[in-house]
Design a binder for this molecule. Structure first.
Ligand SMILES: Nc1ncnc2c1ncn2[C@@H]1O[C@H](COP(=O)(O)OP(=O)(O)OP(=O)(O)O)[C@@H](O)[C@H]1O
Ligand SMILES: [Mg+2]
Length: 479
């Protein structure tokens, strides 16, 4: 929304100057919030996703550079501008290193500030346009809603690009919830048959006695209850794609008939002797090990080879954990969008402050929550992750962040391997102090996260005095 009013946080300890600048900015159409110290600014940033922050560098307590850093860390897209009081460029450079976009030196004319602000916003816009274009490009590699950038997924996309346009029969294997059906649909939609139907049949969901009629159709009176003539799925899928899901559960008599239909592309309706010819591409899927079933005599070998012309194996989610954050993002966006459009709080949103809608777009998962999501082994694969995120979005009830406690219990309990098991002394030695400092910082951050920023509770978790914790935070530049 390029022309929407921009929310600006103005941080300046000199009240008269702050007031004057705030008024001028308000006159130019900015929605200005004021803070008289770095601490107040950081607290306000925690509550609201500002578009712009303008801060004095020299502040009592937390200085402007630290405010900028905190702002950029929280909102990578924020435009931060610093005001330097004493003409030393050095501090401004430091602030820019920490993420500020530009600076103006005191004393300044308001036009000067506005000019810097305008050009920063323009550059920001161009940059995000580029990011948008890049995202669109990346979108292509997702193969229509199949999310993943891990190596196994990249290989899968390559394979799909090659096989989708052909007529070859494909056998998709993978554990439950790995995306067999989405992949089958994606193949159809990337094939020349996309103008025709994609017909899906779950072979295990239909009683064996009815499956043959379901596949090939029947004529009137073929069996009790067959009141009229009926097309089967093969006929319905003519010129299109037939997706045979859970193909491993068929009886051997039916396997025989399917084999013939695949070989000859012809069959008879149940109770009829007329042969019907069709032009159908078949994609089959199974989560059982068909090769093993063949070896055990439970599945016809010739049918297996007929189906397995091109095998497509979908990796379980635990083997491509680097895709988890991407999938989480994908589902967050989807469920937020759905809630936003259809959720029960739709009317509340419309009436409420625009800030609510604004904030909603930033729904994220806390570090702690993400760590559990990464540590959990996901036996139900992507479907289970999808359900967990849907539930968490509902539980988060308008908060900005999904917390650990919004996730299902078994996922909350998933833990990363203990720190000690990951510590190894590198071949060529290490910097012990830096290492310890890092671990300390990490644990302090986790304790604050778990206690929602409450320093007293965090200190207790770490068996420290509150003052000691505050002392350490200061040294970390975080108090
Ligand atoms: N790579 C992916 N990117 C985005 N969504 C995915 C991905 N893989 C699966 N999903 C989603 O996960 C859910 C399960 O996928 P799908 O039904 O295709 O799995 P399946 O392998 O057929 O599972 P089952 O064996 O239980 O039938 C669907 O809602 C699907 O949209
Ligand atoms: Mg399925």
């Amino acid at each position: 929304m390029p022309d929407a009013q921009k929310h600006l946080l103005l941080v300046e300890d000199e009240a008269p100057l702050r007031q004057a600048v705030a008024e001028q900015l308000t006159d130019r159409g900015y929605r200005v919030e004021q803070a008289d110290s770095g601490e107040t600014a950081i607290a306000k940033l925690a509550d609201f996703a500002f578009d712009i922050i303008i801060t004095d560098l020299r502040l009592p307590g937390v200085d402007g550079s630290a405010v900028v850093e905190a702002a950029v860390e929280r909102y990578p897209h924020i435009v931060a501008i610093v005001v330097t009081g004493f003409g030393t460029v050095k501090d401004a450079v430091e602030a820019i290193k920490r993420g500020a976009w530009d600076f103006v030196s005191k004393p300044f004319q308001i036009d000067e500030l506005l000019h810097v602000l305008d050009s920063a916003l323009e550059q920001r816009r161009l940059k995000s346009e580029n990011a948008y274009l890049r995202a669109q490009l990346e979108e292509r590699y997702r193969f229509e809603g199949i999310v993943g950038k891990s190596r196994p997924m990249k290989l899968l996309f390559q394979l799909l690009e090659t096989v989708a346009p052909t007529n070859s029969t494909i056998l998709i294997t993978g554990e439950t919830g790995t995306g067999k059906e989405v992949v089958a649909r994606a193949i159809h939609h990337n094939s020349p048959r996309r103008m025709h139907r994609f017909v899906a049949l779950n072979c295990s969901a239909i009683p064996e006695a009815l499956l043959e009629a379901e596949l090939f159709g029947h004529v009137r009176g073929a069996f009790t209850g067959a009141i009229g003539n009926r097309q089967g799925r093969f006929e319905q899928a003519n010129k299109g794609t037939l997706f045979l899901d859970e193909v491993g559960t068929m009886s051997s008599a039916l396997q025989m008939k399917l084999l013939r239909a695949l070989q000859e592309r012809e069959f008879e309706r149940v109770g009829d002797s007329n042969t019907i010819k069709v032009d159908v591409r078949v994609i089959a899927a199974t989560n059982s090990d068909l090769a093993r079933m063949v070896a055990a005599g439970q599945f016809r070998e010739d049918l297996f080879y007929r189906l397995n012309v091109i095998p497509v194996q979908l990796p379980p989610l635990r083997d491509r954990k680097e895709d988890i954050p991407l999938l989480v993002q994908h589902f967050l966006e989807r469920f937020q969008r759905e809630r936003h459009h259809t959720g029960p709080d739709r009317r509340l949103l419309d009436r409420g402050a625009p800030a609510t809608g604004e904030r909603r777009r930033y729904l994220t998962v806390s570090q702690e929550g993400m760590r559990s999501l990464m540590a959990y082994p996901w036996p139900g694969n992507v479907r289970q992750l999808e359900n967990a995120i849907e539930r968490a979005v509902a539980f988060s009830a308008g908060r900005q962040q999904i917390d650990l406690t919004d996730l299902p219990g078994e996922i909350q309990q998933a833990q990363e391997p203990a720190l000690s098991s990951t510590i190894a002394l590198p071949e060529d030695g290490m910097d012990l102090d830096a290492f310890i400092t890092n671990i300390e910082r990490e644990l302090i951050e986790r304790s604050l996260e778990r206690t929602g920023g409450n320093k007293g509770q965090a200190a207790r978790l770490l068996n420290l005095k509150r003052t000691t914790l505050v002392e350490k935070l200061k040294r970390m530049g975080k108090a």
